[in-house]
Design a protein around this ligand. Sequence first.
Ligand code: PMP
Length: 364
Amino acid sequence: MSMSERIFNFNAGPSALPLEVLETAQAELLNFQGTGMSIMEMSHRSKEYEAVNSETEALTKELLGIPDHYRVLFLQGGASTQFAMVPLNFLSAGATADYILTGGWSEKAAEEAGKVGQVHVAASSKGTKFDRIPTLDEIVLSEAPAYVHLTSNNTLYGTAWHDFPDFGDQTVVADMSSDIMSRPVDVNKFSLIYAGAQKNLGPAGVTIVIMDPALLERANKNIPTMLQYGIHHKNDSLYNTPPVFVVYMVNLVLKWLKKNGGLTQMAAHNQAKAALIYEAIDQSQGFYKGHAKPESRSLMNITFTMPNEELETKFISEAKKLKMIGLKGHRSVGGMRASTYNAVPMEACKTLAEFMKEFQRKNG
Ligand code: PMP
């Protein structure tokens, strides 16, 4: 397949992967590092795979500037399993965990915690259809929360935290599924970060957990083995058979990130990409209506609606003719959503922004 046959992929996840990464995987598919077999065919206890496992942890730490003593774990079950693992490990029956609700995924996370202990909603923007991130003075913590949970980027509604609050001594947990590695983050503010791989890191099938092991001192041991962070920590993510091919793909994506200047470069690139599309929205005098309040806009998921559904359907079908796919919005917001993750090239965003202006000229 030639480069020109690749489409402009605005999918929300699984989503675009860097072409270069796919090509490397293709070249190494049948014979990984001279072993005469694919990485999918070898033992997870082989020295070749163990090297991939530990290098992927090291690269994650290097790129995100993660403190040395933190661990990076590669788990399965998606971010949805983390919704349950976090409270199962760190919330006991009578205790309270604080959740900041900024979209459908944080609601789901809170729901799981509610099955284990008490949930206190520390702030919520549900009243305005999750169109913004709550301001600092809106956040009211409970008296002694087991932890505070937030979602850094809201994939469905297209909002993101631009500055993370400083919660002092509180244990802070973040779901960073849809913006991990899109920008530098001060990991010291968090005791645990989790993210499904299928947006910025690789294919679906692995969930990255970044954790301060000090947290394990208070972890509940009376839960199924596979759900204990401590077990995965002790076994270097090799307690059971890991998704070897997916971790390998994450490894390639991280090397691609590093080669392209790391997270500072990536943040600038993502900012420039998103600006093109937000500009088309802002210039449209209401033809395109952005869902997110400007100060809460996500750089990863850009959500907007149009004057009526007929136009939206036409927009999607004409965009497809220009090789742009994945633009239909999530049913909770409607309209359009352009996901502009790390691997989505500038050219895709330029093409979309130009198309938006042209479509408005013809239909506005
Ligand atoms: N959290 C966020 C912010 C997400 O965007 C998603 C998936 N789109 C999830 C959690 C759920 O992830 P998974 O499908 O890996 O369970």
